[in-house]
Design a protein around this ligand. Structure first.
Ligand SMILES: [Zn+2]
Length: 155
């Protein structure tokens, strides 16, 4: 199986609600996302999975718009959302349905964002590697033949 991988950098703030120690405090990261895509059928007629620039434009564009230089907070963390929303800001807080751990951010990218922005592009994103720091990363991996994933891409 061929895959094509694009790296995306962004900066974000978050806190992990109910965390046992320091991650319960608002803080920030320079996150790095590795987007792994595989063709729905075959390589294109030039021999590519997809042009690298398309992954940058589509997935990177979404990340720039919604996550870069924002606070990413859990929907149940109402007190923090209200507090952060009182501060002057250029961008709105991004409210996630789950606690904003690296695992949940990876899953959100794989199951929500990528199918939306890459529908009809000829690829499926089957893996997200998410570096929260230089030393710590998580992976969300799916089987590209999984009917549940393919359905999200309209296949
Ligand atoms: Zn953190």
């Amino acid at each position: 199986m061929e895959s094509c991988v694009r790296k995306i950098h962004f900066c974000y703030g978050h806190r992990v609600m109910n965390h046992e120690s320091k991650c319960a405090t608002l803080h920030g990261h320079n996150g790095i996302i590795w987007v792994h895509a595989t063709p729905v059928k075959n390589l294109d007629n030039l021999g590519r999975v997809i042009d690298f620039s398309v992954l940058k434009e589509k997935v990177g564009g979404w990340v720039d718009q919604y996550w870069d230089h924002t606070m990413i907070l859990f929907k149940d963390d109402q007190k923090t959302i209200e507090l952060v929303d009182q501060a002057p800001a250029f961008k709105k807080t991004f409210v996630l349905p789950t606690n904003p751990t690296a695992e949940n951010l990876s899953a959100y990218l794989l199951w929500e964002v990528c199918p939306k922005v890459l529908k009809n592009s000829g690829v499926i994103v089957h893996k997200i590697t998410f570096f929260e720091t230089e030393n710590c990363y998580t992976e969300e991996i799916a089987d590209p033949s999984d009917p549940k994933l393919r359905k999200l891409y309209g296949l």
